[in-house]
Design a protein around this ligand. Structure first.
Ligand code: SF4
Length: 439
């Protein structure tokens, strides 16, 4: 019986938003009775979910498609690269079909055409939380697609279109299913989480008879009642974000905000077409900390954007000093095919960009190290993600998001189980990680 099932190979590239698309397609495949197999040789066809954000990602996606064609021969392409003109078909004319991102139905149609589904769907094979690509104990919860902004360095609105918010009742049902199958941490993702519901004018909806508006505050409040850790990512610092901070202070959702600020100089932010104002951002951060003193703030920045003067860069460094963010990522600006920033005058020399990146990272490393040092001596609850090769447990507290932040490393505890909570005391800290002992 098993051998008669049609078999699909699946390769998932790209960001958490693409990962959620992959999970939806995999869930649908399992619902329809397809078997998902891990090798090219065993598969009747292969689906490649691509990334098209920066040039390296485009090259990786095209290489992966080429490898799948060479090894298997029957390939369907989906994801961001599929929305980027004809590049896939031009490079690999033999692919069976190409779709853009969040196109589960189109992908399934293409699969049905080239590999018909079994007569009886094996719906009982599907876990109610869907098929997850993340470890069992945490899951990304995508609340919307697309973005209404037009940041000059970004082509996501061209690739994914304008903001489309999922109905809040549907998001809550998915979140509840995930928690019921053992997910202990929900990571809310989108392109712009604070804009959730703007496109549908915060439309009222119901979840289990409870009225909810399609709005970040209503969603965060309802998620906070599920008993899982709830972490908000990609939150722009609009005034209404202040309303979710009391939920953090009350322990309903995690005291953690991922706010992609990108720069601090007003003229660069204007040139980037970013929806933010530095002075207000600093005031807002101070206000958040006064309501929820243990809030962890994470952000990302770009240095070397066209037109960035020494003075702009200094303003950015001053902002880091003032804001004292806990976790920071930084990139040297690199032109993305199709982005309007490419046409801006005063592009910055590569060596200047790299120099600024280094100075920025050094400054932030000092800030991060001192912030982590302040946590030495704290007793914390952590969630174990796995065990390192040398037998240390790799865990995270409320202050660390998976994949982007550092670890709480519990020394010599290989018996700890992934997905379980542990109580620890922080004994030491470096620039990225904390070292802990069980208590
Ligand atoms: S907010 Fe700006 S950077 Fe983020 S997805 Fe939208 S356009 Fe791109």
């Amino acid at each position: 019986m098993q051998d008669s099932l049609p078999k699909v190979g699946f390769i998932s590239l790209g960001c958490p938003k693409a990962l959620v698309d992959s999970e939806r397609i995999l869930t649908q495949l399992r619902a329809e009775g397809y078997e998902v197999v891990p090798s090219y040789q065993d598969a009747n066809l292969v689906v490649v979910n691509t990334c098209g954000f920066i040039d390296d990602a485009v090259a990786e996606s095209l290489d992966t498609i080429g490898e799948a064609l060479a090894e298997n021969g029957k390939v369907i392409v989906t994801g961001c690269l599929g929305a980027k003109g004809d590049i896939v078909k031009q490079t690999h004319p033999n692919v069976l079909a190409v779709t853009g991102p969040h196109a589960t139905e189109e992908v399934m149609q293409a699969i049905h055409t080239h590999l018909p589904k079994p007569h009886d769907p094996f719906t009982d094979l599907v876990p109610s939380g869907g098929v997850k690509l993340t470890p069992r104990h945490y899951a990304y919860l995508k609340i919307s697609e697309g973005c209404n902004h037009h940041c000059r360095f970004c082509i996501i609105p061209d690739l994914r279109g304008g903001l489309v918010s999922r109905p809040v009742g549907e998001v809550m049902t998915e979140a509840e299913n995930l928690v019921q199958v053992g997910v202990k941490e929900l990571l809310v993702v989108s392109q712009d989480t604070s804009a959730y519901g703007v496109d549908v004018k915060y439309k009222p909806d119901f979840w289990k008879g409870r009225p909810l508006n399609t709005r970040m505050l209503d969603l965060a409040t309802a998620l906070g009642d599920l008993g899982a850790w709830v972490r908000l990512h990609y939150v722009y610092p609009y005034p209404h974000v202040d309303d979710v901070i009391p939920l953090m202070a009350a322990g309903k959702i995690l005291p953690y905000l991922d706010i992609p600020l990108q720069h601090a100089s007003p003229s660069i932010l204007k040139s980037m077409k970013r929806p933010a104002n530095t002075e207000n951002t600093l005031k807002r951060i101070a206000q958040w900390r006064s309501i929820c003193p243990d809030i962890t703030l994470r952000s990302t920045f770009i240095v070397g954007f066209p037109g960035e003067t020494e003075d702009d860069f200094e303003q950015l460094l001053d902002f880091l000093d003032d804001a004292q963010l806990d976790r920071v990522g930084c990139f040297a600006y690199s032109p993305v095919d199709g982005a309007t920033a490419n046409a801006l005058p005063n592009q910055i020399d590569e060596d200047v960009k790299q120099q600024r990146l280094e100075i920025f990272m050094q400054k932030q490393a000092t800030i991060s190290a001192s912030k982590l040092q302040q946590r030495v001596g704290q007793s914390l609850q952590v969630m174990v993600d796995g065990i390192s090769e040398d037998g240390h447990a790799l865990a995270r507290s409320k202050a660390e998001a998976p994949e982007v932040d550092g670890w709480v490393i519990i020394k010599n505890q290989p018996q700890l189980v992934s997905g379980e909570f542990a109580s620890v005391k922080i004994m030491d800290a470096d620039e990225h990680d904390l070292w802990a002992e069980l208590v």
